[in-house]
Unconditional design. Structure first.
Length: 91
């Protein structure tokens, strides 16, 4: 990942420079927003060349990773690899 932008307590924006072919040049953005007494993590994995099936798989895996992060922060019990939620393409 190449850092495109970073703002303390607000934003991290990356461009993918390696990994699966479908990920190359995609962008991953984490934006933090404070409202209603809570911090919201607004996440986006964008700039895909095509909406391929792998993109949908990755969206689900990002969601499980964010839920794991929430559990880690709130309950000290995250579920990173290898204890993450397993999903399968075409399965």
């Amino acid at each position: 990942m190449l850092v495109i932008a970073a703002e303390a307590n607000t934003l991290v924006h990356w461009r993918c420079t390696g990994g699966p072919d479908e990920w190359l040049n995609t962008e991953v953005i984490f934006r933090l927003e404070w409202k209603d007494g809570q911090t919201f993590v607004l996440f986006k994995h964008a700039v895909w060349k095509q909406p391929v099936e792998f993109m949908h798989h990755c969206s689900t895996k990002w969601a499980t990773s964010l839920v794991s992060l929430r559990h880690l922060l709130e309950k000290s019990d995250g579920h990173p690899l290898p204890r993450d939620l397993k999903i399968a393409v075409n399965g």
